[in-house]
Write a protein that binds this ligand. Structure first.
Ligand code: SF4
Length: 258
């Protein structure tokens, strides 16, 4: 399998883990392929970088044992990690070594999520919801298949939320047209799921690869929208994370917990 490994990342961005004081020592294991082409994502420009390394099972086990001395959390991310035929084998390698696994996914493969849950390999899932409706998800994900980019994703969220031993962070990337109504819509989608945390990533333009028509929300307005939302929906208090700007990707002090 081909991975880009970054030791000591800052993750997961979730109030639950801030409390436990261990979000800055997670090893990020990024898989090299994705089945989506999200309009806001820059993976497509970087997936062929020579930073991805092919590891045999033995090499991966060796790496995991080396990384364990710096932190026991491993986040499998991507790209889309559920496309990786060796995912389960590699999760077992981490677990056998005494590590703990998180998984970031686009949720398109509920059958694999089900398997991971049955095997109890993941303690925290992060799912990125590509839209607040099936049509928006179809447009933003770049794949013309509602079954994969919406129905399967909702099914994956449902499977995770039914499993009391896992928590779930659901992320939505907002643009300049984000407003209170959209945030309420996001929360309504999530309200039927247990153990779920809501995360908003403000769109981050990439100067190397500008995306026509996409702009971030004004940061002050975005914070105001969340504050207004929390007044009417206080049950979401301490369950919202705002990632606004490039610094917040890697610096815990830049992340807003609300
Ligand atoms: S699913 Fe994730 S990695 Fe794949 S294109 Fe979308 S945002 Fe990027």
């Amino acid at each position: 399998m081909s991975y880009l490994v970054v030791p000591g990342s800052f993750s997961p961005k979730c109030p639950l883990y801030v409390k436990n004081d261990f979000p800055t020592n997670v090893h990020s294991i990024s898989y090299c392929k994705c089945n989506f082409m999200c309009e806001f994502c820059f993976f497509k420009y970087y997936k062929n970088t020579n930073k991805y390394i092919n590891y045999s099972a033995e090499q991966f086990e060796l790496l995991v044992n080396q990384l364990l001395s710096k932190g026991k959390m491993f986040k499998f991310t991507g790209g889309e990690p559920t496309l990786n035929k060796n995912l389960i084998r590699d999760l077992y390698i981490v677990k056998k070594a005494g590590g703990e696994c998180f998984l970031d996914t686009n949720g398109s493969s509920p059958q694999i999520i089900k398997q991971l849950l049955e095997l109890k390999l993941i303690s925290l899932f992060g799912i990125s919801l590509k839209g607040l409706s099936a049509s928006e998800a179809t447009k933003r994900s770049g794949i013309d298949n509602q079954g994969i980019c919406w129905d399967n994703v909702i099914k994956s969220m449902s499977l995770i939320s039914e499993n009391s031993s896992c928590n779930l962070i659901v992320t939505y990337v907002c643009y300049d047209n984000f407003n209170l109504e959209k945030l309420i819509g996001f929360s309504k989608i999530l309200e039927n799921f247990n153990n779920v945390y809501l995360k908003i990533n403000n769109f981050q333009p990439n100067l190397d690869h500008p995306t026509p028509g996409l702009l971030p929300k004004d940061p002050t307005d975005l914070r105001q929208i969340i504050k207004l939302f929390l007044k009417d929906y206080p049950s979401w208090k301490n369950r919202i994370t705002l990632v606004d700007g490039p610094k917040a990707v890697s610096d815990i002090k830049e992340v807003i917990w609300m």
